[in-house]
Structures are given as structure tokens and as C-alpha cells.
Design a protein around this ligand. Structure first.
Ligand SMILES: [Mn+2]
Length: 398
């Protein structure tokens, strides 16, 4: 037996911060169609979606057509669709289901009551499902405290489905304790609501599948759907065609690269991370530059550019001009001391720390103490920070 697992499709919502040329392909209905393609290709026994299939009730008409079409394809292959309602589709999902054939689509735990459903295919019992659906768009209670169906011991696999806010006591969206899910005698839990994917080992394993396609820069990293076979952990499948990334780029000392050099650095980072598909990128630039004006012009040339499936959505310039220690000497006594220390102290301090480490090792008290070589750069960084602050303050005062 093999199942396809997902949640948080948000049909009808448009992914934000993408170039106009990507928007058509990035529509959530396309992710939904690809999901059904994957269900057919993988010949799964059911497709399970744990809440927020539709973004909101005013997306009803936008969602209903593609939902009906693809459910028909699933029905032709005799693949059942199991849904639970989330906070976004608590109202709209029951309405939608009235239009769909009842024997092909199952809404688990309607009206906020836990429900057990034994899934069958080709006349054979496959597994027991336990699920709960949002009865309204908000539900500030822990649904695991409600009465639950019993768990028959007949050797069939058992999965739970719950859309809600894990370990978030104050939430209005079905806050629950993950520990309570772990205490239940199930093979695994398909969860929903959090758009970033995560998987915790079990049994029962806890899978937050994440949205199969990310919807804004707040959902960086890889996204996918998942498959599950009994006795195994869920595996990602059907990776999203576009995703959001945040990268930090540190320039070599005093380098002010041209736009094409910058682009080279970005492409290199992309190759190193071996990322495929379209990427909407938020970039942060660190380091020191002697010519901030030139760098700023290079960055302006890149902002909003779309190059080979890479869209530079936002650039944050965190570079600084290099510290002039000679000049800092003139900025008051504290700055002078710091400037002196930066020129002289770190090497001396490093040898002092090494001596201390040697002595401690001799005493055999702290055997295996890690090397302290790294402490000097860290100290230097902090001293530089302080010196910048001191010199800026003295400039302000004069
Ligand atoms: Mn939700």
C-alpha cells in the first residue's frame, strides 16, 4: 500500500514576490494538478490532504472547477481522496463536497467531531484513518481533548489527520500538544497548518508536510508532497517547481564587484547548494568595501532582475567601509585604546589563551579542551564593533 500525503494547498491564493512571467505557472491550481499527476504515476491507494485545501470561501468559484476536474481523474483511477478541513476552508469545504460524488471524496471529522474511517480500495480494507476537521474558521481549544473513537487491534495500519497549531497554547487555530499525539497508538500523523515541512521519527511519526508549493518569501527552502508505505517513514516526492531562498553573501575584503561579478558569486552559491527549479532570492551582502557607492550601483542593477530561473527579489546591503585605525586614534581616549588593542592585543591574547589551555591540560582537569584559536577573531569582531560605535558617537558629538 502507498499513500500520497499533503496539506495547505490554499487553492486560489497567488504566490507573492515572483516576476510577472512566472505567475501563470506558479498558480496553486497547477500544484494541485501536478499532485494528481503524481498520484496517478505512483499508483497510490489514496490521496490524503490535511486541511486548507482552499484558501478562503471567496475563492470558492476559482477552486471548484479545478477541484472537480482533478477529482474526476482520481475517480477514474479509483483513487479515493480523503480531506480534513482546516481553518481556511472550514466553511467552504463542506459546501464544495456537496457538489462532489460522495463515494470518491471523504471529509474526516466533520463538524469538529473525531471520526474513524476504514479506507477500502478494490473491496479490500487498507487502513484505519482518524481525523478531525475545523467546525469554523477559529477553534481556540485543543481538539485532542475531545472524545476519540477507539482503535481496533486488527493489524491494519492506523493514521491520524489533524490540522492545527502544534505546541502553541495561545493559538486560535486548534492548539494541541504534540506529546498527546505521540501517546496515541498510531503508526503516524499527517498534520497541517504550518507551511514549513518537518518530519519527526516515530511511531507514531509526525509529518508536517508543509505546503506542496511555497506561497511567499516567509516559506523558504524546499517544499514537496510526501508518500508513505507502512513500516517506513514518509518520503518527499513531487518537489515544488519554484521556491524562495535567503542567502548571505560575504564579499572579500574591500571588494566592490560589478553586477556581472556579483551574479557570478550568486550562480556559484546556487551550484554549491545544487538547487533546481525557479528561485526567488533574498540576498544579504556582508563584508567591507572601500567604495560603497560603486557597490550600491551594482546592487541596484541586480534588484528585480530575472536571470536563468533566478529572480533577485530583494537585496539588503549590510556592508561597511573598512575601519581606519589611524583615524580612530584621533577620536578620543576610548577609541584610541580600542584601536591600539585591535592592532596589538589579539595575537598576544591568543597566546595567553593557548598558554591557559596548556596549563589546564597539564592539570589534567580539562582534558580534551577544544582549541581556543577561534576566540581571537570573535574578540576582534566585537572590538571592531565597539570601535565603530565609539567613533560614530564622537563624530556625532563634535
Ligand atoms: Mn491552517
Amino acid at each position: 500500500m502507498k499513500l500520497l500525503l499533503t496539506a495547505d494547498l490554499h487553492l486560489g491564493r497567488s504566490p507573492t514576490r515572483l516576476p510577472a512571467t512566472w505567475q501563470e505557472e506558479a498558480r496553486t491550481v497547477n500544484a494541485w494538478r501536478r499532485l494528481v499527476d503524481a498520484a496517478l504515476e505512483e499508483e497510490v491507494d489514496a490521496l490524503l490532504i490535511c486541511g486548507d485545501v482552499v484558501d478562503s470561501s471567496n475563492k470558492f468559484w476559482e477552486a471548484v472547477g479545478p477541484l472537480e476536474e482533478e477529482i474526476r481523474r482520481l475517480a477514474q483511477a479509483e483513487i479515493p481522496l480523503v480531506l480534513s478541513a482546516g481553518n481556511h476552508d472550514a466553511d467552504v469545504l463542506p459546501q464544495l463536497l456537496q457538489r462532489l460524488p460522495k463515494d470518491q471524496v471523504i471529509l474526516l471529522g466533520a463538524q469538529g467531531r473525531w471520526q474513524r474511517h476504514t479506507l477500502q480500495r478494490h473491496g479490500q480494507e487498507l487502513l484505519h484513518l482518524y481525523g478531525w476537521s475545523f467546525p469554523s474558521t477559529q477553534y481556540p481549544e485543543d481538539p485532542t481533548l475531545l472524545a476519540q473513537p477507539d482503535f481496533p487491534d486488527d493489524g491494519l495500519p492506523r493514521l491520524g489527520m489533524l490540522h492545527g497549531d502544534p505546541d502553541a497554547k495561545q493559538s486560535s487555530y486548534a492548539p494541541y500538544l504534540k506529546q498527546r499525539l505521540r501517546d496515541m497508538p498510531l503508526d503516524g500523523w499527517l498534520l497541517g497548518h504550518i507551511h514549513a515541512p518537518s518530519l519527526e521519527d516515530g511511531p507514531p511519526w509526525l509529518l508536517m508536510p508543509g505546503s506542496p508549493q511555497p506561497l511567499d518569501p516567509g516559506e523558504p527552502g524546499p517544499h514537496s508532497a510526501w508518500t508513505w508505505c507502512p513500516g517506513e517513514l514518509p518520503q518527499p516526492i513531487c518537489p515544488a517547481r519554484q521556491h524562495y531562498q535567503r542567502w548571505d553573501l560575504t564579499l572579500q575584503e574591500d571588494q566592490a564587484p560589478s553586477p556581472s561579478e556579483l551574479l557570478g558569486l550568486i550562480q556559484q552559491a546556487r551550484t554549491e547548494e545544487s538547487l533546481s527549479g525557479r528561485i526567488s532570492l533574498r540576498l544579504r551582502i556582508h563584508g567591507t568595501v572601500r567604495d560603497p557607492q560603486q557597490l550600491q550601483e551594482s546592487l541596484q542593477g541586480l534588484q528585480g532582475q530575472e536571470i536563468e530561473n533566478l529572480y533577485i527579489e530583494e537585496i539588503e546591503n549590510l556592508t561597511q567601509i573598512p575601519l581606519d585605525l589611524e583615524q580612530a586614534q584621533q577620536s578620543g581616549p576610548l577609541a584610541r585604546h580600542l584601536a591600539n588593542a585591535l592592532q596589538e592585543l589579539p595575537e598576544e591574547l591568543k597566546s595567553q589563551l593557548d598558554q591557559l589551555r596548556h596549563d589546564l591540560t597539564e592539570l589534567r582537569v580539562f582534558e580534551g579542551l577544544p582549541a581556543l584559536n577561534d576566540s581571537a577573531p570573535l574578540l576582534r569582531q566585537q572590538m571592531e564593533r565597539l570601535l565603530r560605535q565609539v567613533t560614530t558617537e564622537s563624530k556625532g558629538a563634535s
